[in-house]
Design a protein. Structure first.
Length: 257
């Protein structure tokens, strides 16, 4: 039995491959939207629930998991750390799928930061009109710095109720919410920056699949500042950057099982 921490496009692709090769899979997602995106399959069970360490341990025992594939988002550090702890306790083989980053170009208006709070501080130092592309989490780090009527924060989020509610909860008005599913082309990104009058775009280095390359290229073409939040440092075990490597890890484990 293989357990997959899902919720990203990468994870869905990995699950499709696993099912195609005849594996039985249990996938964990944290939203109804994530569940909808996974197609029905007789060998696939989907859990729509955020699992803490105790709940994850119980679930892995219940399904008698052999392998844990951590295909969670590159910035979901808590999920990964919990998974590694539980897998070590239960002696379950842990595999980390790590989406590759993009190489950052030389651009005099490009800044990198180590955290969301640092990114928020830098963004509002650079301009009053900030375009946020980091999703509906960590919004409060940015809204906490809105202290005058000249400042604008536009949040581009997934078009789901939970994300819109998260924006409204921290005071982001509907006129400053763009609810769309990405990734987006360079042209569409640039058009959004220009339409909103953005002076600064804030992004994560989520790799090409997350649209980081087109977001950054659009910012350069628009001539605006770009603040990139670095991936959190974490000492992953058994890192794979493509499905072939994941598959080799699985086969090696079962040969030695």
């Amino acid at each position: 039995m293989i357990f997959v921490a899902a919720g990203t496009q990468d994870a869905r692709q990995i699950i499709e491959q696993l099912l195609h090769e005849g594996h039985t899979v249990t996938a964990s997602v944290v939203s109804d939207y994530g569940k909808i995106l996974l197609r029905h399959h007789s060998h696939l069970t989907v859990i729509e629930q955020a699992l803490d360490e105790t709940e994850l341990q119980k679930k892995l025992k219940d399904i008698n998991a052999d392998i844990f594939i951590d295909a969670s988002h590159p910035y979901a550090v808590n999920i990964s750390q919990t998974a590694m702890n539980v897998c070590a306790q239960l002696k379950i083989h842990y595999i980390r799928y790590e989406r590759p980053t993009i190489a950052l170009p030389i651009y005099d208006k490009l800044y990198t930061t180590a955290s969301f709070a640092e990114a928020a501080q830098k963004a509002f130092e650079l301009g009053n009109n900030v375009f946020l592309t980091t999703g509906s989490r960590h919004l409060s780090e940015f809204t906490a710095l809105l202290n005058n009527k000249n400042q604008i924060l536009t949040a581009r989020i997934l078009p789901v109720v939970e994300s819109i509610q998260a924006c409204m909860a921290v005071g982001i008005l509907p006129k400053h919410i763009i609810a769309m599913q990405g990734p987006f082309s360079i042209g569409l990104n640039k058009a959004m920056y220009e339409q909103t009058g953005a002076q600064v775009v804030v992004m994560k280095n989520s790799g090409k699949l997350g649209g980081s390359d087109t977001k950054l290229t659009a910012a350069i073409k628009a001539g605006i500042f770009a603040v990139v939040i670095d991936r959190p440092p974490i000492n992953y075990k058994n890192i794979c950057t493509n499905y072939s490597a994941v598959n080799r890890e699985i086969k090696k484990f079962y040969r030695n099982y």
